[in-house]
Design a protein around this ligand. Sequence first.
Ligand SMILES: Cc1ncc(COP(=O)(O)O)c(C=O)c1O
Length: 444
Amino acid sequence: MEWWQEPVPNLITVVPGPRSRQIIERDNATTSTSYTRDFPLVVDEARGLAIRDMDGNVFLDFAAGIAVCATGHCHPDVVEAIQAQAQKLIHICTADFYSEPVANLAEKLCAIAPGDSPKRVFFCNSGAEANEAAIKLARYATGRPNILAFLGGFHGRTMGAMSLTASKIRQREGFGPLMPGVIHVPYPNPYHPPFNVPADQLTDKILKYIEETVFKRMTSPEEVAAIFVEPIQGEGGYISPPDDFLPLLKSLAQSHGILLVVDEVQSGMGRTGRMFAVEHVGVEPDIITLSKGIASGMVLGAMVARSEIMTWKRGAHANTLGGNPVSCAASLATIKLLEEGLVQNASEMGQYLLSELKAMQATHSIIGDVRGRGLMLGAELIHPDSGKPNPQMRDEIVQHCFKKGLLILGCGESAIRFCPPLIVQKREVDIALSILEDAIQSGS
Ligand SMILES: Cc1ncc(COP(=O)(O)O)c(C=O)c1O
């Protein structure tokens, strides 16, 4: 049996073991001090949901490199596509020349993007860069300067994307002045509703706030190019808005000639049990931004826009490495796997994990909320007496799970996110849940 098929997790040394410690020391001396590195894990190899460190310890991966490795680590079909393409052509600046994998992927993304309008694709290298492209395109296409984004939103860390981001202050402090023209609006978080309105009135309240406060006191709607929104806030806490929110936000935007930019960098590519999260509520965005799960971990970002909008002049926007043929080949193999069963599996396993987490919530009062769609699920840790978020407890649970060999990540103020590879099976969900249960019992 191969190491990744043996019972996972399997910890054989104290983590970090001696070989890992050496790497950590060398790395800490020379890499950016801005990396958070919450776990002393030095990854040597990974396959499926199994990750092996330098000392032979095997972890169960429910983080997927932050919702990236949709097809699991090193899926044989993806590896084969990468190898075949790497032997033929690794780079040929897509801004200057054509190549088959780029044309194939552009065609595929246009075909699967939500809605019937014809589309075009701009390729780049990350989620932040896809959002930078969307900021530029929205301003260019509308001739308007301002942008609305949501509190708690995360769109990346480059200057424009960071200006839209309003998740954690650490991500913004020290970097100002930020891009002007951005106005942040409360996100309809049903568990911590802004303006203290009941969840069923949230959409109405937020849209009224935009119409009556933002558009009457801060900017005229005629000066707004775009509204950027995550269909499920990721970094902000895996928060799902009410179902009517995105459709009505789209109508509001449309009525003022404002573009709706949906950031599906984290929620896209099958993670929520549909190819794109907006499909759950039947919305066609004007622009959609993608990265993370798009190429199983190969470097790639994409902005897909309605052709009507993407008419900027030759040379108006480009880059050197975006649309790398090897990344595009990996992406095509990834999308094939998603279509051939992984999106469906995300839906089924997501429902199972959600119901088990809800059952856990019923017996543990420290779990205040369980939410999300497909395999983009969050559980929020609270102080049971006050109902207030409990980030310390969340961090302890995440670290406890790590010590038992389960990789999970936090998000928002006090939530745990569950975003395993979409190949996850019931057996692995059960193992993860039993480690989580153990962590909660030893902490609560
Ligand atoms: C919704 C969303 N948008 C954009 C980004 C930025 O992507 P990247 O880190 O690839 O720049 C992220 C990253 O977490 C994200 O979750």
